[in-house]
Design a protein around this ligand. Sequence first.
Ligand code: ADP
Length: 330
Amino acid sequence: MFRKARIRLTAQYSAVFLICFWAFSLGIKLWMDKFLEVDVGEALMKIPFIKLSGIDLGDVVPDINEAALDQLQFIMVILNLALLVIIPVLCWYLTGKVLEPVRQAHDAQRQFVSDAAHELRTPLTIIQGEIEVALKKARQPDEYRAVLASSRQELRHLAALSERLLFLARQDDGQEPLRREAIDLTDMVSSILASYRGPLAEKAISLRFVPAEDSISIAGDPMMLSRLISNLMDNAIKFTPRDGCITVTLSLAGKEAVIDVSDTGIGIAPEMQDKIFDRFARADDSRGETKGFGLGLSICRTIATRHGGAISVFSTPGKGSTFSLRLPLP
Ligand code: ADP
């Protein structure tokens, strides 16, 4: 598709440029012809100084003009022949450059749609399979209950997936306005952490919160920022084995507030560290084991970017990871 578009654009642009150059050359030639129709030699002889010198320019000038015109015509022909090659090559190169970001965006979009379709199909296939098996013969009420419970689980999975996809789509649109409220980060982070007591206790993970010396206030959307920090906490708990430790640190760095969420979990391979913020990206060994969609960090990055901030990761496989969120101060 992009190759065809590139060929078509190259042909169209080349035609336009070549027509312009040829018209220009023709214009010059016609102008020169007209110019030479005037007897330049005679005109020059009317100048008193030349008249007094006694040289008859009327004989010499026509020859010079003729030779100059021949030479100009030759140069024009060579130049236009060269342009016949140079312009299409240049247009091919430039259209390639212009189309490259469009191609990349198109590929990313196609990949996203195919991943989303795959994620949606899996639970649907499970629900369909279980219902078909259940309907093959008469069963006990308990068996039907089990099928319904399993289907409900898959439907919750689907609902969560569509909610995340919808969130990302709305943020991509950029039409949803971002609320800007004054937020005390220390208050917000400590109340989020308080809600994790249960899941932390379940895995016997210890939590350390290191607030900044002074309170840090930023302007942002509290719902979105809570979601971001909760995503980081969910992952930290998910990927940290029993008896591990999670540390959340708040600090100031220049004109930015920094929130670090560090864990003593499984870590992330260096080659995956750039990719995990992409949509549907999951580190290989976590596929299947944990039931994530691979959208959590992509949502985190979207929220951080919308607030004018950024998120990054530092991780050592087998030792743990630190996710660092930077948000500009008002
Ligand atoms: P998921 O919903 O699968 O957790 P995320 O986008 O939140 O999706 O994370 C993408 C991938 O990044 C995860 O599948 C996991 O491989 C890796 N990851 C995220 N957070 C951590 C962490 N704290 N420790 C180790 N790996 C992590």
